[in-house]
Each structure stands twice: as structure tokens, then as C-alpha cells.
Design a protein around this ligand. Structure first.
Ligand code: RP5
Length: 160
């Protein structure tokens, strides 16, 4: 089981590396590549059509601007696709990326996370794998316990 992480440009990497890092923390194998919907359409087609045959279970796709990458992957792949809107320009505050990824037509879902939300994309991918892998599920449970402990610790520190 491995997660495919793709992005439209190397300039998306500072955001997308958070997905790679959190999946590494969960001990989940990833493979990262640059696939541009507009600049490498043949590669997009090949990647989307073959990802499930190459052992991927989930695809995380990040892009900015006219961010058609996640939706186009979802149109051709049977795998769940998680879309990460990347804030790549300041012109309209990332709304271009968000709306391009979020507003998919019925029948072709993309699970869209927050703007620059690559960490959550990684966690969601782990949860999808964890739904049928006990080992990963245990790690997700421990991760959530860690979140709770950290909030409780902050709360306690206010009382001292
Ligand atoms: C999108 O355009 C990429 O996903 C990136 O977010 C944005 C800018 O790409 P570069 O011009 O930096 O290659 O396709």
C-alpha cells in the first residue's frame, strides 16, 4: 500500500512536503512526482490511468491557480483522490485554487482539504488506508491521543 503524491509544479513542494512528512511519520510509503495538467497532459493521462495498477491506494494531488490536476486525475482514476489547493499567487488570495479543486461535478469526487492543507491530506490518506489496516489505525489513534494530550497540557499550563 502506498500513497501517490503529485503536484503541478516544483514550486508547490514547500506546501506538499507536509503530506510526505506526516505519511512518513505513520510509516506509510509514498512516491512523489510532478505532473502538470496543462504542461504535461500525456503524463497526467498515463499516471491517472495506471496509478492503481502500480500499487497506489490513494492519490494526493496539489496544485494552484487554475488547479485542474486533482479533478482530472479523479476523472480517470478509480482511486480516492485528495486535492490540496495551493496558494500560488496573491492575486485572489488562493480562491482560484480552492474553487478549481472544490467544485467537482457529481460522480467525480475530490476530497478537498483547506488551502495549503497538505498535512491534513496526508492524515486523511492514512485514515483511508487505516480503515483496513489495523497497524495504521493504531497509529492514527495514537496521533489523536497526542493531539488531545497537547491541548490538555496547554489547558493545565494556564492553571499554574
Ligand atoms: C500550477 O501553477 C502549479 O500547481 C503551481 O501551483 C502554479 C505555479 O506554477 P509555476 O509557474 O511555479 O511552475 O500549475
Amino acid at each position: 500500500m502506498k500513497v501517490g503524491i503529485i503536484m503541478g509544479s516544483i514550486s508547490d513542494m514547500p506546501v506538499m512536503k507536509e503530506a510526505i512528512e506526516i505519511l512518513k511519520q505513520f510509516g506509510i510509503e509514498t512516491e512523489t512526482d510532478i505532473v502538470s495538467a496543462h504542461r504535461t497532459p500525456e503524463k497526467l493521462f498515463d499516471y491517472s490511468k495506471n496509478a492503481h495498477l502500480r500499487g497506489f491506494s490513494v492519490i494526493i494531488a496539489g496544485a494552484g491557480g487554475a488547479a485542474h490536476l486533482p479533478g482530472m486525475v479523479a476523472s480517470m482514476s478509480p482511486l480516492p483522490v485528495i486535492g490540496v489547493p495551493v496558494k500560488s499567487s496573491n492575486s485572489i488570495d488562493g480562491w482560484d485554487s480552492i474553487l478549481s479543486i472544490l467544485q467537482m461535478p457529481g460522480g467525480v469526487p475530490v476530497a478537498t482539504v483547506a488551502l495549503n492543507g497538505a498535512k491534513n491530506a496526508g492524515i486523511l490518506a492514512a485514515q483511508i488506508l487505516g480503515s483496513h489496516d489495523k497497524n495504521i489505525l493504531e497509529k492514527i489513534i495514537a496521533y489523536k491521543e497526542g493531539l488531545k494530550a497537547s491541548v490538555n497540557q496547554s489547558s493545565e499550563s494556564l492553571k499554574q
